[in-house]
Every structure is written in C-alpha cells, then in structure tokens.
Design a protein around this ligand. Structure first.
Ligand code: 5GP
Ligand code: ZN
Length: 112
C-alpha cells in the first residue's frame, strides 16, 4: 500500500515515536494526542479496517499488545480506554486498522 501513511510509519518511511515493534505489531504515539497517553497500535501488514480481516489471532494479539503498552506506560492500574474507529460513521480517518490506547486522565461516556 504505497500511499498508506500507517504502512509508511510501520516501515520507517515516515518518522514517528515508536513505542513497540514486535511480531508484526507496531505502536507509536498519536500526532494529535487526545490524552496524556495516546498510542496507536497497528498490524505492520496493511489491513484497511476491522471489516477487512478474519484474523482472530492477530486481533487478539493487538489487544494484548495494547494491554502490555498500557502497563509499560504506567496507566494500567488507574485504567485506560482502547478504541477502534471503523469506517466513516465510526470516525475512522486513516484506512489502516488501528487501536487507540488512551489514558492518563479520566474518560467520559458516551463518546462523541
Ligand atoms: P482514526 O480517526 O482513523 O481513528 O485515527 C487516526 C489517528 O491517526 C488520529 O488520532 C490522528 O491524530 C493520527 N495520525 C494521523 N496522521 C498521523 C501521522 O502521520 N503520525 C501519527 N503519529 N499519527 C497520525
Ligand atoms: Zn497501511
């Protein structure tokens, strides 16, 4: 996916602050953070959205990576939020599957 910004981040073509890179999963800090900790967790291989994969093992590993990063970031005990925006109405703006890991402040509900 030559035009995909998250593919370029995963391959190092676009600089980012990488916090995790292991077993085909890359995590980096969001450019426009919405919380003191805001990390994006992606598969290094291109998947457009949750609608485009049946890979349960990879999806589970992405969740566990998010949990491990929450622990490493020191937000696990207080709690955190994991978000996946899927498609236009879900608020997805980058068409490469990603989990948002947000923490370091209390979260409100419902989301906007
Ligand atoms: P979405 O709206 O698709 O769920 O989330 C996309 C996220 O990617 C947004 O939070 C946005 O700030 C972040 N983002 C967009 N472009 C870049 C970039 O080039 N680098 C980084 N680190 N984050 C980006
Ligand atoms: Zn991509």
């Amino acid at each position: 996916m030559g035009h995909c910004i998250f593919c370029k981040i995963a391959s190092g073509q676009i600089p980012s602050t990488i916090v995790h890179d292991e077993g085909g999963i890359v995590a980096f800090r969001d450019l426009n953070p919405q919380a003191p900790t805001h990390v994006l967790i992606i598969p290094s291989q291109h998947i457009g959205s949750l609608n485009e994969t049946e890979d349960a093992l990879l999806l589970g590993r992405l969740m566990l990576a998010a949990r491990a990063i929450a622990e490493k970031e020191g937000i696990a005990k207080d709690g955190y939020r994991i978000v996946n925006n899927c498609g236009a109405s879900g608020g997805q703006t980058v068409a490469h599957f990603h989990l948002h890991l947000l923490g370091g402040r209390p979260m409100s509900w419902p989301p906007g």
